[in-house]
Design a protein around this ligand. Sequence first.
Ligand code: AHR
Length: 499
Amino acid sequence: GGTTITFHPEFRVGTVDRRLFGSFVEHLGRAVYTGVYEPGHATADDHGFRQDVVELTRELGVSMVRYPGGNFVSNYDWEDGVGPVEDRKPFLDLAWRTVEPNLVGTDEFLQYCERTGIEPMMAVNLGTRGVAAAVGLLEYCNGEAGTRWADMRIANGREKPYGVKLWCLGNEMDGPWQIGHKDAHEYGKLAAEAGKAMKLVDPSIELVACGSSSMYMPTFGEWERTVLSYTYDIVDHISMHAYYEELNGDRASFLGSGTAMDRFVERVVASADAIGAQKRSDKKITISFDEWNVWYLESRFPGEENLPIQRDAPRIIEDVYSGLDAVVVGDLLVTLLNHADRIPVACLAQLVNVIAPIMTEPGGAAWRQTTFHPFAATARLAQGAALDLRVASPSMPTTKHGDVPTVTAAGTVDPGTGAVGLFVTNRTDTEQLVTLRHPGCALRIDGGTAVLADHEGPREGKESAESYVPVEVEAPEHGNGTITLRLAPESWTAFSGAV
Ligand code: AHR
């Protein structure tokens, strides 16, 4: 038989936190320079930030942005990026072997967030720095007048504290490539001490401990267990990072990425809850999925060690996305929504130019990649409560993840307006008719927008990328208590409706 989805607006997973639609701007390649920031660009505001990029970011529906890294943060001295710009010195960032000019730093970033209505998420350096630098940066951002770092901010022209709420305790500290990489005990102790001190500066902040850089790290599991055994009472979230790509033409495994992500989430939740159980704690650690995307990491990226020292915003990891990539991004969002109870924070990595939904040319245009569309549609339609849909779907074999469902789905309902969002992926190469049952409630599905796998391959350049547009989907056939959804082959569809 085919797939059946059972829908009831009262069966809920949790509330969709708006921070689920976060993104990420790292000092890497052209994310900052000629990405968000390009003074002299025709659309730049008085602060040098490109308004064409701001417009697209708004349309994308990004709620929050993580900054300044990523691997970059682990050797970054934040003090170099504040104060009069003419006094700032360039430094050699070892993560990407790039000369960082320090023209954009903490104040420029946080003020850009304020002007655009985006919530900032900051990361502190626990690679080459430690407790004092973390505390200093937090005080610089959130402190009231009268102490050293807060007064430095005020001297730099900013009276009011920024009130940054979300803080990452380092980045991917389990990764041997990380500058200042640590084992789980070293990192766990440092994160606990930095976090303890930071909450003494500002008890209202939320802290993220580094989880594993991917589910395939050799230390995965043990890393979470050890780190949380030190930090459980201090932190609020543990991070997850995951990137997926089509390797060696294995299309089925790539299309099954959402299921791999799903299992990864369940494993991290289990690891966190095991520590909570041992501690007899009522507290639940939630997940900050602060890096996720499609990234052709293994097949296209040469590896950091091969990078020559570069300057002037080099083109690094500017992946060009296909329609198939857009389908997978949509499906990864389905997984995030289905875990809304445990994932309040997530960041599509990244925002501009670097594995990004938005691309720019220096001095030229800004445009949407294929992956822009599923993110924008989900951020717009997924409002209110995430639903506990029951999806009964045949499975398909994959080399990498074993059997995975052929159809996946997530749903939302806005309790205030009754607006419904329904997000459905067809991973098969044939059209699927899906029966949407809604016993005991009236449901109307109006139609939607779909992204289709694109057999023409990547779409390089503005014209080519912009010729990829989502397809309008007509209102489906409504029966008595059932609705029949028609899903195009290898597609992801966002339907809107109402109860
Ligand atoms: O997003 C690109 C890089 O991927 C980040 O710097 C790092 O945290 C991850 O490995």
